[in-house]
Design a protein around this ligand. Structure first.
Ligand code: SAH
Ligand code: SF4
Ligand code: F3S
Length: 437
């Protein structure tokens, strides 16, 4: 077997896990193929966050099974990620075309599993989770060249009642700070300029480490890495947004003024039943403190509509918090029933049509807010990390510290540098401007 192709569903953690699986396979001499058609092995790196994500995986698996039958081609099919963890060996009985099932904390064993399955001619399942995984150095094959994801922790201890993640990614484990700093230094040496730290709840980074290191302290360590120009992170749980982190965003020049702070709902009743452990006023208070310290901070959030028991008044409070906080952008979802989660048993499941209507209302309100906020940038001068030619061609593209895309004219030699751009116009998803100097 020489070539492989990975199809990734889900969050940035999964994207990065795919880079790691690719790194492992390439270190074994396999080459990435551009498509399924050219690949001898296909990995589906799956997501289970909502029902729709799960459906997407099963239809892709069906397509692959069909392809394999049609050509008589012997493609090896591996299922990785959160559905692999959720279903384990049940996947084999559901689909006889699956050769490997590998959980997110087992990917360091990927090449061993491939060898085992080829040796025995039988499927191999590994979802037990490697207890040492967070201390392992797993190679990652990144393709961007400029911006890199780096995992700083795995798992989640929060058990929000709607969420499968703690059931599938296990308890919180933090990577040792020295490993993280070394990885960032290696990236900077290879020309990377921006790092995004990944974790389900980065603010609680450091729990259980041998030598204590908090998340703001970790940011301070990475600030010292020469050549790495920007630091971002996702995701922050509002309850754990500390004054220490607010100060780090204010004081550390490389830490971008941008934070994703999922609020989920504006109703205290719903928040309590989601087990979010903050009230909407506590959330508003944190946002005030953050904006007080870092006025230019860009703020994004996640919203769930139609959580069990969400009445019209609860939903009105979600619209209200969107009005009050004025997020730059939001991600909004209809509540989706997930296996083994507590919310399944809550009374008052909301009809699909009501969820649809509420989602529409959320999007329509936010569309206006985002439009207005984007226009506030017009006339300002923004620091932009130049990523290269824009997709449409003809202009350069890059991102502001607030993570807004900006298009502007300039030489492609600028790729990888930080430039100043004066913003002259705003669209729904991006800005355009003129290079300063
Ligand atoms: N760890 C992150 C995000 C995890 S999942 C955090 O705590 O914020 C990303 C988003 O998916 C969540 O913020 C939530 O808005 C949404 N989500 C999670 N489970 C869901 C479910 N069962 N139905 C609908 N949306 C869900
Ligand atoms: Fe899921 Fe909540 Fe953990 Fe985020 S914090 S991963 S929403 S349980
Ligand atoms: Fe999906 Fe698992 Fe990420 S459920 S969102 S791939 S942690």
């Amino acid at each position: 077997m020489k070539s492989f192709h990975i199809i990734t569903f889900g969050c940035q953690m999964n994207e990065h896990d795919s880079e790691r699986m690719s790194g492992i396979l390439q270190s074994q001499g396999l080459v990435p193929a551009d498509s399924v058609d050219d690949a001898e092995m296909v990995i589906l790196n799956t997501c289970s966050i909502r029902e729709k994500a799960e459906q997407k995986f099963y239809s892709e698996l069906g397509r692959l099974a069909h392809l394999r039958g049609r050509d008589g081609r012997r493609i090896t099919i591996a299922v990785a990620g959160c559905i692999a963890q959720q279903e384990g060996k049940k996947l084999l009985s559901r689909s006889p075309t699956v050769d490997l099932v590998i959980g997110p904390s087992d990917i360091a064993r990927l090449s061993g599993m491939i060898a085992q399955s080829r040796g025995s001619g039988r499927p191999v399942v590994e979802t037990g989770g490697d207890p040492e995984y967070h201390q392992k150095l797993v190679p990652a094959a990144r393709t961007d060249g400029l911006k890199a994801w780096v995992s700083i922790m795995y798992g989640c201890d929060n058990f929000c009642t709607y969420c499968v993640v703690p059931h599938l990614r296990g308890r919180e484990r933090s990577r040792p700070p020295r490993d993280i700093v070394d990885e960032v230094r290696g990236l900077a040496d290879r020309g990377y300029r921006e790092v995004t730290f990944l974790g389900q709840n980065v603010n609680s980074y450091g729990k259980g480490l041998d030598s204590a290191c908090s998340f703001p302290e970790l940011l301070g360590l990475v600030q010292e890495v020469d050549g790495m120009e920007r630091i971002r992170f996702v995701t922050s749980h509002p309850r754990d947004l500390s004054d220490g982190l607010i100060s780090a965003i204010r004081d550390l020049p490389k830490v971008c003024e941008s934070i994703h702070l999922p609020v989920q709902s504006g109703s205290d009743r719903v928040l309590a039943s989601m087990n979010r452990r903050y009230t909407s006023d506590e959330y508003r208070g944190k946002v005030l403190r953050l904006r007080d310290a870092v006025p230019a901070v860009s703020l994004t959030t996640d919203i769930i509509v139609g959580f069990p028991g969400e009445g019209d008044e609860d939903f009105a409070m979600t619209l209200q918090i969107l009005q009050d906080v004025q997020f730059d952008t939001i991600f909004a979802f209809k509540y989706s029933k997930r296996p083994n989660t507590k919310a399944l048993e809550l009374p008052g499941h909301v009809p699909e049509q009501v969820k649809e209507d509420r989602l529409e209302q959320v999007f329509s309100l936010q569309k206006d807010i985002t439009f207005r906020k984007n226009h506030l940038h017009v006339g300002s001068i923004q620091e932009v990390l130049v990523e290269g030619e824009s997709r449409k061609g003809g202009t350069l593209t890059g991102r502001t510290r607030g993570n807004m895309a900006v298009n502007f004219a300039g030489s492609h030699h600028l790729k990888g540098s930080l430039v100043k751009v004066r913003i002259i116009a705003a669209g729904p998803n991006s800005l355009s401007g003129d290079l300063c100097e």
